[in-house]
Design a protein around this ligand. Structure first.
Ligand SMILES: *Cc1c(COP(=O)(O)O)cnc(C)c1O
Length: 482
């Protein structure tokens, strides 16, 4: 994406690619949208693609691939062991992170399983800037305790702080002092912090975390799944890095970390994952588990086609035009919403645009799931599918009490190079309409609530008939328009 000056003075992100394969979309009438979300138990995970217009559920495995990636997929070498494809990915890892050892895994959480099994033992502590659902689950499963030590500004929904994903090194020192370095399995930095709105950390912060790790002999593990956005933010928001190339920034990150793992469903625009390290000792410890859980060392549960695509995708990630597309579209969307008074997480981050449901729907209490309610309302208003990232995504405690999340967000992910700007403008329009009619939106309650992962499978119903009223208002305001 280029920041080209428009003669009109307008600030419009300009796509530096052209679209050569398209998929037809449906925009079904509002009555059908209400029916569909009801059939889905008011859970956007359970909607069918044929009823969805803009799928902003996630950026996982749905980013557009390049012509070069597709071409590489045709050249792959399929064999169980000794495939010619695998060294191409190893070479790309070396170029990007400068790390010699690479272990393949079928996706990000599989890498987390292996790292947690090797390094986490009961009673150990894993400090991190912020957790991701699967990262935390694997650590907890192995008896570890997650300590979130993000800077205080990180949890401030509306802010202008450029690096809300930074880890607070004073809090890290305090943890070491309290528990002793031996009890700390590793320190985990998640780049492009997913659950707090795709917010980046700075390169300087990573250097400072490294210093503390060196001082106490701690292992630094880096979750690079959302690295592409974070690289862009380091380059554009961190003054001292302005003259570094994207590749130089990535190489320094590689130099600062002991282990880097990633989901290639995000990083590299394909489907897969892996673990990189410079230390043979760590590689040897994890190697057996890869063959046990994932597959032989030259494929690790991935198809060789995907491995070819990741190798090319990782190299393409070093191109500023490529990685700026997501952040610039998100910035456009966030700024338009802010200009219309809609409460969103600021500053704009990576990954997507996050509506702040607590401020959007102040009358819906957390016990009635404001972010989940907003997700259903936006689907009714525009066929736009988002993901609830609030209390429904949490789990009840041992006593069956609700655990309310820090934030109630509706995440509208921006898969890279997938939507056009007019589609983004359409989403903004429907959100602004919904905001003007927010008094109509009510809460939800569970009708089927699984104990585990209720956000995936749970079913809910609207409290009262607010969704029908919303449809009636839509028809009044939009007439025959879909
Ligand atoms: C998606 C994601 C993961 C898990 O990756 P999968 O490929 O979905 O298993 C881990 N960490 C972060 C930050 C992610 O965004």
């Amino acid at each position: 994406m280029s920041v080209v000056k428009f003669f009109s003075g307008a600030k419009v992100p300009l796509e530096m690619h052209k679209v050569r394969i398209v998929q037809k979309l449906n925009l079904v009438p509002v009555d059908r949208r209400l029916e569909a979300i009801t059939e889905a138990g008011n859970n956007t995970f359970l909607l069918k693609n044929r009823d969805i217009f803009l799928d902003m559920l996630t950026d996982s495995g749905v980013n557009a691939m390049s012509d070069k990636q597709l071409a590489a997929m045709m050249e792959c070498d399929d064999s169980y062991a000794g495939s010619e494809t695998f060294p191409k990915l190893e070479a790309a890892i070396m170029d990007v992170f400068g790390m010699e050892y690479f272990l393949p895994a079928h996706q990000g959480r599989a890498a987390e399983n292996i790292i947690s099994k090797v390094f986490v033992s009961p009673g150990t502590i894993i400090p991190m800037n912020y957790h991701f659902t699967t990262s935390k689950a694997h650590i907890v499963l192995n008896g570890g305790l997650v300590e979130e030590i993000i800077i205080d500004e990180g949890l401030n929904v509306s802010s202008s702080y450029p690096f809300k994903g930074n880890l607070d090194t004073a809090k890290l020192e305090a943890l070491v002092k309290k528990h002793g370095a031996k009890k700390i399995a590793f320190v985990r930095i998640e780049t492009g912090t997913n659950l707090i709105g795709g917010q980046p950390h700075s390169l300087q912060n990573l250097r400072e975390v490294r210093k503390v790790c060196d001082k106490h002999g701690l292992i630094l593990v880096f979750d690079a799944s959302l690295l592409a956005d974070n690289l862009y933010f380091i380059k554009t928001r961190e003054k001292a890095c302005r003259n570094m190339s994207i590749n130089e920034i990535a190489r320094e990150i590689g130099d600062l970390c002991d282990i880097i793992y990633f989901s290639a469903r995000k990083l590299g625009c394909a489907r897969g994952g892996g673990i990189c390290t410079r230390k043979k000792e760590y590689y040897m410890k994890m190697r057996e588990l890869v063959t046990l859980y994932e597959g032989f060392l030259t494929y690790g549960g991935m198809s060789v086609r995907e491995i070819e695509a990741i190798a090319v995708g990782l190299r393409e990630t070093m191109d500023e035009d490529m990685i700026s597309q997501g952040p610039l579209f998100i910035e456009f969307m966030v700024n338009e919403l802010v200009a219309n008074g809609v409460p969103v997480v600021t500053p704009p981050g990576g990954l997507g645009c996050h509506l702040d449901a607590m401020r959007f729907l102040p009358k819906v209490p957390q016990s009635e799931y404001p972010a989940g309610a907003l997700a259903t309302a936006l689907f009714i208003a525009g066929g736009v599918r988002g993901m609830e990232r609030g209390s429904i995504s949490e789990q009840r405690d041992e006593n069956g009490n609700e655990v309310y999340s820090n934030m109630e967000l509706l995440r509208l992910a921006m898969p890279r190079r997938v939507f056009t700007l007019s589609q983004v403008k359409y989403a903004v329009d429907r959100i602004v309409w919904l905001y003007k009619n927010r008094d109509l939106v009510g809460g939800l309650s569970f009708i089927e609530e699984p104990k585990m992962l209720r956000f995936f499978f749970g079913k809910l119903k609207a409290k009262g008939d607010w969704q029908k009223k919303l449809v009636a208002r839509f028809k009044k305001d939009f007439g025959d328009s879909l």
